[in-house]
Design a protein around this ligand. Structure first.
Ligand code: NAD
Length: 477
């Protein structure tokens, strides 16, 4: 049993004032594998004071210095990738052979991209005789979810340090092990005390205290739309800056000139990977009505061939979902969809045979789904795919946009003019066409209830900057 009762504050591991702990459960065995601190108000205030003390010196630091800090962190991160992989496979339950590429390496790339983008960003700009200056907003709190425990914190840490903001990381209380390793990495990088702090604890306790604090200048949050709404409300205590990355109900549109033999597997993996616990999961697959029968056959075959096994098994493609709560939520949606009239193509309620222990779910596909059903409107966050048919491209676009969310979308087609027309018509922060994955230098974030602000690359750094205009007779030198 691992015991992490300490917080990392002001450059040191200090015993949490609360003395309370949170159990961390391995979702594939349902056994408690670690305990972490459940921080309290004293921990929160100590971390905020430590960050606030160094706000000015860090804001004034040179870009060269910040690049050096990020470089050191990235080098140590690279060395600790195996540890990160093992930790995530344990507390998230993600398949061991997929975790490094899908979860850990992306975090490393965020550090490398931030270093590169510091040089692209205009921190000082001349407009006529005036200056426009972008400078660090100050003490920032990074609140992260459980589904990508290394790369979600990594992108926020990289951007905020590149901007020159002292930070406090508050990771998910369900998958905190990777963040503890991240704190060890930053400790080893030996950056000044207070620049980076880690406070573990519950969202509705320490998360709320951070959001309400008048000494916090910025909250960068990734998580559910409900928690994002609370943070936005609490942030009005001092009208702090907020960046919110929240839920999604992303459509994947297959156009009628597309070869579905080649794309059925892609459509399946876009929703089933990470047991469907992906904010950008393509949970609504839109297929032309006249292609549906072949597509159903192919999807059924692919889903039934998925290797659902213990995460420690190197053959495993899909592990359990993260918790009992998440298991119950997914079961609720499967039952609700049946009640609403959707038909099961494969999967269903209950646990898969041979995997009765652990939070395993049968990968499930629904057909005859109407876009106004709960299954098509609400984020399930599990291995559940809904297939919706359409007759015209305009109808496909209308269905794609008929959602409160707008995080991601996907278009597959041969005719690039049509692909582009569809991509430009969808209300979402990102559109991936023909499976060409997004560069980390591109902005990432959502329209509508999916979020406010953008992460990654220069857009991510900008979130942590304030803009100042100085009129007069000046030059940038
Ligand atoms: P969650 O909202 O329950 O928790 C996320 C984080 O917020 C945790 O650290 C939690 O402790 C904290 N938190 C909870 N309530 C809080 C409050 N009142 N004040 C301050 N902090 C609070 O989300 P989750 O269940 O960990 O993650 C799943 C959700 O995250 C899904 O909805 C998913 O779509 C979303 N997500 C979005 C993105 C994105 O980039 N848009 C990426 C990954 C996950």
């Amino acid at each position: 049993m691992l015991n992490y009762t300490k917080q990392f504050i002001n450059g040191k591991w200090v015993e949490s004032h609360s003395k309370r702990t949170i159990d961390i459960v391995d979702p594939s065995t349902e056994e408690v594998i670690a305990k972490i601190a459940a921080g309290d108000e004293k921990d929160v205030n100590y971390a905020i004071d430590s960050a606030k003390k160094v706000e000015n010196e860090f804001r004034k630091s040179s870009l060269y210095y910040r690049k050096q800090i990020l470089l050191k962190i990235s080098e140590i991160y690279k060395r600790r990738m195996e540890d990160l992989k093992n930790a995530i496979s344990m507390d998230l339950g993600s398949p061991i052979s997929k975790t490094k590429a899908a979860q850990v390496e992306v975090g490393y790339k965020h550090f490398v991209t931030a270093i590169q983008m510091i040089d692209e960003l205009k921190f000082k700009e001349q407009r006529g005789n005036a200056l426009v200056i972008k400078e660090a907003v100050g003490t920032s709190v990074l609140i992260t979810p459980w589904n990508y425990p290394a790369n979600q914190p990594a992108t926020k840490i990289a951007s905020s340090l590149a901007a020159g903001c002292p930070i406090i990381l508050k990771p998910s209380e369900i998958t905190p092990l990777a963040s503890i390793i991240l704190a060890e990495i930053i400790e080893e990088a030996d950056i000044p005390n207070g620049y980076f702090n880690l406070v573990n604890g519950y969202g509705n306790e320490v998360g709320e205290l951070f959001s309400k604090s008048k000494n916090v200048k910025m909250i960068s949050f990734t998580g559910s739309t409900e928690a994002g709404a609370k943070i936005m409300k609490n942030a009005t205590s001092n009208f702090k800056k907020i960046a919110l990355e929240m839920g999604g109900k992303s459509p994947l549109i297959i156009l009628d000139d597309q070869n579905i033999e080649e794309n059925a597997e892609l459509a399946v993996m876009k929703v089933m990977s990470n047991s469907g616990q992906i904010c950008t999961a393509a949970t609504r697959t839109l297929i032309p009505e006249n292609m549906k029968e072949d597509f159903f056959r192919l999807v059924k075959e692919k889903v039934e061939n998925l290797k659902l096994q213990l995460p420690s098994n190197t053959e495993s493609e899909i592990g359990p979902v993260v918790s009992q709560k998440q298991f119950d939520k997914v079961q609720f949606y499967i039952n609700k969809s049946i009640e609403e009239g959707a038909k099961i193509l494969t999967g269903g309620t209950g646990k898969p045979k041979g995997l009765e222990k652990g939070y395993f779910i049968k990968p499930t596909v629904f057909i005859d789904v109407k876009n106004d059903m709960k299954i098509a409107q609400e984020e399930i966050f599990g291995p559940v795919m809904s297939i919706i048919t359409y007759n015209t491209i305009d109808e496909a676009i209308e269905i794609a946009n008929d959602t409160e969310y707008g995080l991601s979308s996907y278009v597959l087609g041969q005719n690039l003019d049509t692909v582009r027309k569809v991509a430009e018509s969808i209300d979402s922060g990102t559109v991936e066409t023909n499976n060409i994955s997004k560069s980390l230098t591109l902005p990432f974030g959502g329209y509508k209830s999916s979020g406010i602000g953008r992460e990654w690359g220069d857009f991510g750094i900008e979130e942590f900057l304030e803009v100042k205009a100085i009129s007069g007779y000046f030059t940038t030198h």
